[in-house]
Ligand binder design. Structure first.
Ligand code: PMP
Ligand code: GLN
Length: 383
């Protein structure tokens, strides 16, 4: 996590957003929207600050938000949660993940199975927890894991199978067979499932299936999500962990010493968001699907091989048809060559596995359509 001179190594997102700021390039790297979410939830946050909701909230989060999280999971997935015991509010999904991995692993003999490429915090957090990361590869074009490779990664040393569905960076939505296999392996090896579903409302074609709803999954699954993506409030860092009370309690035991509590005035605002009508949630997915198509068309026209995503903010392409042999070098040169920033997939894999992803690049579609069109026009000049 530190460079040779002892300074923290910036994350790929910090590095690429700084490059965009320095060069004035269009930032299709870090995944954050360039428009605000629903005005009514912004209003609730403003009002909460004006009304003095500015001190420590309760350790598990305000009850109204926990109730809203429970109601939302019941409305969309038929899951019944006790807001007093089964729900914990965290500082984004990131803290829930960190607290869960710290709670559920205990040293270098404990293994965490992850799908690779993976969101960068996974490997860093497993390292902070002192546990061992065991990656299962996802390969183009569909980025579904091979079930035999998944089976051979899970063993009695596995404490946690870490799922991310819909998946960042690939945009894959895992098939039912993959989710079933995860549950069955978790049973066979007495492992827990930690599932990061921050893109739960950004699955484009099929309604999202939380792995916790599969037969036999509930009692060993901790589900993590966040308001950031759903409500375009990535800077508010209101996330949550839900599941059986004993798992949630273990996460709380760690969370209380990481941040104690978080985001008082944003909590009632996210509660309001979670209670918006179904049309809001469907509209969010439809809007992003249209942006995915604009971006995908532009990337294809520019000469990339495009792997169309089934969900998330992101589209992965192969830059080899444009002559790229090293995605990191390609992305570093892209602002100067085309005025666009993107992220090399090699940032999301362990160092020994980079060659398999050497020419793959991730572009974010969560920007205004005119921004995506301008990026597409600039990229067209590449070929
Ligand atoms: N998990 C995944 C897969 C993500 O892409 C992100 C990025 N936002 C996070 C977790 C972090 O979520 P939050 O900002 O709520 O901590
Ligand atoms: N989740 C977003 C992404 O993958 C942003 C993450 C971050 O900035 N840490 O781009």
């Amino acid at each position: 996590l530190l460079s040779d001179d002892g300074a923290p190594i910036p994350t790929i997102f910090a590095e690429m957003s700084a490059l965009a700021a320095d060069t004035g390039a269009i930032n299709l790297g870090q995944g954050f929207p360039d428009e605000d979410g629903p005005e009514e939830i912004l209003q609730v946050a403003r009002r909460a600050i004006a009304d003095g909701v500015n001190q420590y909230p309760p350790g598990r989060g305000i009850l109204d938000l926990r109730q809203a999280i429970a109601d939302h999971q019941h409305r969309f997935y038929g899951i019944s949660l006790d807001p007093e015991r089964d729900v914990l509010v965290t500082a984004g999904a990131t803290e829930a993940l960190a607290a869960a991995l710290l709670a559920f692993t205990d040293g270098p003999d404990d293994e965490v199975v992850v799908f690779e490429p993976y969101y960068d915090a996974y490997a860093a957090t497993v390292a902070l927890a002192g546990a061992r990361l065991v990656p299962v590869p996802l390969r183009a074009p569909d980025f579904q894991p091979d079930l035999d490779e998944l089976r051979s990664a899970v063993s009695d040393r596995t404490r946690v199978i870490l799922v991310n569905d819909p998946h960042n960076p690939t945009g894959a939505v895992f098939s039912r067979d993959v989710l079933d296999e995860v549950v069955s392996l978790a049973h066979r090896h007495d492992a827990l499932i930690v599932t990061d579903e921050v893109y739960e409302h950004l699955a484009f074609d099929t309604p999202h299936t939380p792995i916790a709803t599969l037969p036999g999954a509930w009692e060993r699954t901790l589900t993590i999500s966040s308001g950031g993506k759903t409500f375009s409030t990535t800077g508010w860092k209101i996330g949550w962990a839900t599941g059986p009370a004993d798992l949630v309690d273990a996460v709380l035991a760690v969370k209380q010493f990481l941040t104690y509590v978080n985001g008082a005035p944003f909590q009632p605002a996210i509660a309001t968001g979670l209670r918006l009508p179904d049309a809001f949630f469907h509209g969010t997915a439809d809007t992003l699907k249209a942006k995915r198509d604009v971006l995908g068309t532009g990337l294809h026209a520019a000469g990339f091989e495009v792997f169309e995503p089934a969900g998330t903010y992101f589209t992965v392409v192969d830059a080899a048809p444009l002559g790229a042999t090293d995605a990191a070098a390609f992305c570093r040169s892209l602002p100067e060559r085309a005025g666009v920033v993107a992220i090399p997939l090699t940032a999301f894999v362990t160092s020994g596995h980079r060659s398999a992803y050497a020419t793959l690049v991730r572009f974010a579609a969560c920007k205004r359509t005119e921004v995506l069109e301008e990026a597409a026009a600039r990229l067209a000049a590449l070929s």
